[in-house]
Design a protein around this ligand. Structure first.
Ligand code: C2E
Ligand code: CA
Ligand code: CA
Length: 267
């Protein structure tokens, strides 16, 4: 009990420290965007990427989003951070276009509490306008568990975003207590199969059957499928056999800083 108490106190202190520093860190550009390529399963060509934020803390070094995102979701700061990441991505896309480089759509994570903001789509459109981009230059990822909070508003927000031409991704499919019915409930364009399923592909026949059914149902519903967290050639080959559309994972590429990503896309 004592030990638990101490570690709880320590993690609360760490959380408080991050919260005290977050506003300054944002102004100071300590949050940086890494890009993880998303690859076409047939051609192995990078056809998209996901923006993943890191905190480059001047004293603590690089802090992973798993540490600070949960705290920022609790206090609401995540909405500011998500828009910051979205703007950084827009800036990057604009710079690449200006250089005449190839540009592929980059998906941005939108934490669930963004969907309580009915002006969300206006804010995103404002950024596109500022950087003279089109809705196909970015995509928006929403975790499927957001459905539990506020199904009606979420569905409406997705429809609005799609009306303006955005592709909407259902993130972490299969990570919670979701059912295949979620594919029907959430009108998304792309389903991201959670790493948990991918991990079990090689060893568990039931998981394999679920992945196969998910891919085929998604296709019937006109959605495409990205598998996340693919780490081995064997997983890649299995997913290819199952007609999965795109792959994101260390087997293809890890999340990387902007410059490395730029070089990779330029080829
Ligand atoms: P996510 O959206 O599911 O992002 C994928 C995570 O899986 C990333 O971790 C990525 O580095 C990791 N990953 C990708 N391929 C592999 C693989 O083959 N093996 C393994 N072991 N891991 C892989 P990361 O960057 O630490 O991000 C963790 C989570 O933090 C993200 O999960 C997302 O929920 C959240 N996050 C990151 N950036 C943002 C952001 O800008 N806004 C919001 N709201 N959340 C973010
Ligand atoms: Ca994501
Ligand atoms: Ca995910």
């Amino acid at each position: 009990w004592n030990y638990y108490n101490d570690s709880l106190k320590k993690s609360m202190l760490i959380e408080q420290e991050l919260i005290n520093e977050m506003d300054h860190a944002l102004e100071n550009h300590e949050f940086v965007v890494y890009y993880q390529p998303i690859v076409d399963v047939r051609t192995k060509k990078t056809i998209s990427a996901e923006a993943l934020v890191r905190w480059l803390h001047p004293k603590k070094g690089m802090i992973s989003p798993g540490i600070f995102i949960p705290a920022f979701e609790k206090n609401g700061f995540i909405t500011k951070l998500d828009m910051y990441v979205c703007e950084e991505v827009c800036k990057h896309q604009r710079e690449e276009k200006d250089k005449g480089n190839r540009v592929v759509p980059v998906s941005v994570n939108l934490s669930r509490i963004n969907f309580y903001n009915e002006n969300l789509y206006k804010e995103v459109l404002g950024l596109l306008d500022k950087y003279n981009l089109k809705s196909e230059d970015i995509k928006l990822e929403i975790t499927e568990s957001a459905y539990e909070d506020n199904p009606q508003d979420l569905i409406m927000a997705i429809h609005t975003l799609q009306k303006y031409g955005f592709k909407v991704l259902m993130d972490d499919f299969g990570s919670g207590y979701s059912s295949l019915n979620m594919l029907n409930l959430l009108p998304c364009d792309i389903v991201k199969l959670d790493k948990r399923f991918v991990d079990k592909l090689e060893t568990d026949d039931k998981s394999k059957a679920i992945v196969l059914s998910t891919i085929s149902l998604a296709h019937t519903l006109q959605m495409s499928v990205t598998a996340e967290g693919v780490e081995t050639k064997n997983q890649y080959d299995l997913l290819k056999e199952m007609h999965c559309d795109t792959i994101q994972g260390f087997y293809c590429a890890k999340p990387m800083p902007e410059d490395d990503y730029e070089n990779l896309i330029k080829g």
